[in-house]
Design a protein around this ligand. Structure first.
Ligand code: 5AD
Ligand code: SF4
Length: 484
């Protein structure tokens, strides 16, 4: 299928020269995609591109796509059809689609949207300049999807929107086989970066003004196992410490790094040395995102999540006992195939016992190619939706309760900028990652650390005011009782 009248900005020339063209990146999905988009922006800026204010005015539009749930697919195809008239009226506009959905749909994407110029997958973002150059002379979309990673995206230049915060990827891919999840098929097996490379990246980010780093991996606490297996580990090798704990201690030595976060660990791989590192390394924030997925052992088994509800709650207890004031968030899927009312009641019960500070809740979405997609007893969407509402009501109440517990305390805030809903306020985050709005009395900069007294709570935010008072002792939910 030929796409008439392609005339693009001459990327062959851009490969070695500077352009005055502009770009706009739309990112769907998870933090790993945000990280990858910062790299795509870095690559484009190295080619001379500058950011555009809107999608309509950009010379190049890049969609960094997600495939984790069906609504992510729908959103991309919706946005692509919105862009179509613009592209057809101005063929010099370049449209690029990259990331997970591109990896999943490959040629199918180019067939559905033949006016797209470049399609690349999860493993080859570094090839963007060459692919753009090929697209100059191609009649059809240039599609390049690789099965294996050529280089870590972290090795590419990054352009970050926020000066004080950076995502740092510690591993890519996933070796797990959760039956609902498309990620391993799209991002490949787990591959860890060398510890020394991660520490160097963090050091240079801090030298560049970054004070807060979020470590990223599909399963951060199995970090480094592949390196150890291959004899490639460059950790100092303290006995009885996992590579992930080693990494936290090593990053704790980086002067000027105020806050260190990570996402996501897997409950089955969680070890006590990581809790100890969270307690002992001052930069590591009192925040833990620990995906539960389901509170029913039967469903966890069918999901191939090899922990059970009891083990999960023991981890919550250990976290709350070891790290004073820790805030725990989670991911929960409702309506996995075969989930009964009794299974769902167990999810509600575990959620309540864990007293989550916040939760991301999802309706199960059937992903063709995953084991769960072919399971019998797919749950009626009306039942899923009704259970979802019940769970959301509970998690909202728990979040409000957790925030109310903070009222009256004085906490450190890292200011992010003006509030999105009220320009008279500034928004910031506590170390526990709670969103707090304070009156903007002038003289504050994004990235600045201030102290605030928290005065009011809602489910998703708190209000406060900047103060000179001392930071309070942390307050968290009580630890669930251990069952012998
Ligand atoms: N349906 C619904 N939610 C899913 N997740 C992953 N795959 C699916 C799916 N098929 C959720 C999990 C995971 C989070 C990132 O997305 O809860 O932890
Ligand atoms: Fe998907 Fe499970 Fe891997 Fe997370 S751990 S990316 S849910 S397969």
């Amino acid at each position: 299928m030929a796409c008439a009248g392609r005339s693009r900005p001459g990327h062959a020339a851009i490969l070695g020269a500077v352009t005055t063209k502009t770009y706009f990146i739309r990112t769907f999905g998870c933090q790993m995609n945000e990280h990858d988009s910062e790299r795509a922006a870095g690559v484009l800026q190295t080619m001379g591109y500058r950011p555009a204010d809107t999608i309509d005015t950009a010379d190049l539009v890049l969609f960094n796509t997600c495939a984790i749930r069906e609504n992510a697919d729908n959103k991309l195809y919706g946005q692509l059809s919105q862009l179509k008239p613009l592209k057809l009226s101005d063929p010099s506009k370049t449209v690029v689609v990259g990331g997970c959905l591109a990896q999943k749909d490959q040629e199918g994407l180019a067939e559905q949207a033949p006016w797209v110029d470049v399609v690349y997958g999860t493993h080859n973002m570094g090839r963007l300049p060459e692919l753009l150059s090929q697209a100059d002379s191609a009649e059809l979309p240039v599609v390049e999807i690789l099965e294996h990673t050529e280089m870590f995206p972290s090795a590419l230049p990054a352009r970050r929107d926020v000066v004080h915060h950076a995502w740092v990827s510690i591993s890519i891919g996933c070796d797990n086989t959760c039956t609902f999840c498309i990620v391993p098929a799209l991002r490949g097996p787990e591959k860890s970066r060398k510890l020394g490379d991660i520490v160097s990246e963090v050091r240079s980010l801090v030298a560049d003004g970054v004070t807060e780093v979020s470590l990223l991996g599909q399963n951060v606490n199995s970090y480094g196992r592949d390196l150890v297996r291959a004899g490639l580990s460059d950790a100092t090798g303290r006995r009885n410490r996992t590579m992930f704990a080693e990494l936290l201690y090593a990053l704790g030595e980086v002067d000027g790094l105020e806050r260190l976060r990570f996402t996501s660990p897997h409950p089955k791989d969680f070890t006590s040395d990581v809790f100890a590192a969270m307690r002992d390394v001052p930069a590591v924030c009192e925040q833990l995102h620990l995906p539960l997925q389901s509170g029913s052992d039967r469903v966890l088994k069918a999901m191939q999540r090899s922990y059970r509800a009891r083990r999960y709650l023991d981890l919550v207890t250990e976290a709350r006992e070891t790290i004073p004031g820790v805030a725990i968030s989670t991911d929960i899927i409702v309506g996995f195939p075969g989930e009964t009312e009794e299974d769902f009641a167990q999810t509600l019960a575990v959620t309540e016992t864990a007293a989550f500070d916040s939760a991301f809740t999802f309706e199960y979405s059937k992903r063709p190619g995953t084991a769960a997609a072919d399971m019998p007893d797919q749950v009626d969407p009306a039942v899923v939706s009704e259970r979802y509402q019940r769970l959301a009501t509970l998690t909202r109440a728990l979040s409000r309760h957790a925030n109310e517990r903070q009222v009256g305390t004085v906490q450190q805030l890292l200011l992010e900028g003006p509030s999105k809903t009220d320009p008279t306020r500034l928004s910031g985050r506590t170390r526990t990652n709670r969103l707090v709005h304070v009156p903007d009395v002038g003289g504050f900069e994004p990235g600045q650390l201030v102290t605030a007294r928290l005065t009011d709570a809602a489910s998703h935010y708190l209000l406060g005011e900047v103060t000179d008072a001392e930071v309070s002792d942390p307050v968290g939910a009580p630890a669930p009782a251990r069952v012998a």
